[in-house]
Design a protein around this ligand. Structure first.
Ligand SMILES: *[C@@H]1O[C@H](CO)[C@@H](O)[C@H](O)[C@H]1NC(C)=O
Ligand SMILES: *[C@@H]1O[C@H](CO)[C@@H](O)[C@H](O)[C@H]1NC(C)=O
Ligand SMILES: *[C@@H]1O[C@H](CO)[C@@H](O)[C@H](O)[C@H]1NC(C)=O
Ligand SMILES: *[C@@H]1O[C@H](CO)[C@@H](O)[C@H](O)[C@H]1NC(C)=O
Length: 329
């Protein structure tokens, strides 16, 4: 009798412990990794979950609409080894119809002597849960009080002229990556990665110049001749990725994708969870920037983007549960 009781007690203890360990590890950020160790799963029997977040943005077979568009093998960033195919180079050079472009290979060689030449963010996999916030510039951020939840993300992406100083309560204060092109450039803190969206060879020459001699002061308009940015953190969007966003996601609507759409698809490629803020109109239907008071809207009137279709893509991603969309005030 006593022996039976002992065995039962032990069994109870063991079961409780196992449950606690399992529950605990399941709520860990690298839950799948620990579950794999506990269950002794081998690689071939792994549950097909590509990350450790609750939902993984890149997970296949959850939406045919998404699977048709998302291609994980497209590399978002340029490195010294990037080679553009002929058709991609021609498409890219046509975007702003640059006359007499410089030798791209030679420009890249020079550029990657100044900035890091290796590709980053190829570390995706089961143990990782990278949470990212993509912050658009919509006036719907005004009065939203999203600041503190935005700052909880591992990466916070901002774009073009977006300020944080004076708007922290609504937009947060953290910026890990700032997406810009020469004509929209602004000075950055040393902890922020400048992510250049190049539209032409001259844009890469501008970056070299802006970090060194400062002798390029003009593209199709005046540009900053010097830029304050941490050289060791600079990243360049790959024109191949640019064309992929235009073809696969935008289905060639508009002249080319906006900074917002490029940044959003970039996030889908290098993050596991994507939180989207500041996209679309405000509740009164205005398309102004959160730091401006003018009504009516800068973005819709640029003419080169298809704002409605881009917004439809964003809302569809939210509807199928791929991104979390915060619609603001
Ligand atoms: C994804 O992109 C690669 C590289 O361009 C291409 O070879 C492949 O066919 C694409 N996959 C799909 C499903 O379109
Ligand atoms: C472009 O530059 C590369 C590297 O400097 C060089 O090998 C190549 O011959 C150049 N191409 C042309 C067309 O001048
Ligand atoms: C800027 O300087 C570089 C080398 O110092 C030179 O190759 C380039 O032509 C100059 N560009 C302009 C616009 O003066
Ligand atoms: C996006 O556009 C399609 C086709 O025009 C439409 O059926 C769909 O409802 C739109 N989705 C959203 C989220 O607006």
């Amino acid at each position: 009798m006593q022996r039976k009781q002992k065995v039962l007690t032990l069994l109870c203890c063991f079961l409780t412990l196992t449950t606690i360990v399992l529950r605990y590890s399941y709520h860990e950020s690298s839950s799948m990794y620990y579950l794999n160790i506990l269950h002794g799963w081998s690689d071939s029997t792994l549950p097909n979950k590509p990350c450790a977040c609750e939902h993984c943005v890149s997970e296949a077979h959850t939406s045919p609409w998404f699977d048709e568009r998302f291609n994980h093998s497209i590399r978002p960033l340029m490195s010294e080894n990037t080679v553009l195919s002929e058709d991609i180079y021609i498409w890219w050079q046509m975007l702003q119809q640059e006359q007499d472009p410089a030798n791209l290979t030679a420009v890249m060689e020079e550029l990657f002597k100044i900035i890091p030449s290796k590709e980053v963010y190829l570390d995706w996999g089961a143990p990782r849960c990278r949470k990212c916030a993509v912050i658009g510039n919509s006036g719907n951020l005004k009065g939203s009080s999203y600041g503190s939840q935005i700052d909880l993300n591992d990466f916070v992406f901002r774009m073009n002229q977006a300020p944080t100083a004076g708007y922290e309560k609504d937009v947060g204060s953290k910026t890990t990556h700032h997406f810009m092109y020469p004509e929209s450039a602004k000075h950055l803190q040393p902890s922020t990665s400048l992510v250049l969206i190049p539209f032409k060879t001259l844009d890469l020459q501008w970056l070299i110049s802006a970090l060194t001699t400062g002798n390029i002061t003009q593209t199709y308009t005046r540009v900053l001749s010097k830029i304050t940015a941490n050289k060791d953190k600079i990243l360049i969007i790959n024109p191949t990725f640019f064309k992929y966003v235009s073809n696969n996601w935008l289905e060639n609507r508009g002249r080319y994708p906006s900074t917002g759409l490029l940044t959003l698809v970039f996030a889908i490629h290098i993050c596991d969870e994507v939180n989207v803020y500041g996209f679309g109109a405000s509740s009164e239907g205005n398309w102004h920037h959160y730091w401006e008071n003018i009504e009516g809207g800068a973005f819709r009137q640029t003419g080169v983007h298809d704002a409605d279709y881009e917004y439809n893509i964003t809302r569809t991603l939210a509807d199928i549960g791929k991104i979390y969309f915060f619609k603001g005030s």
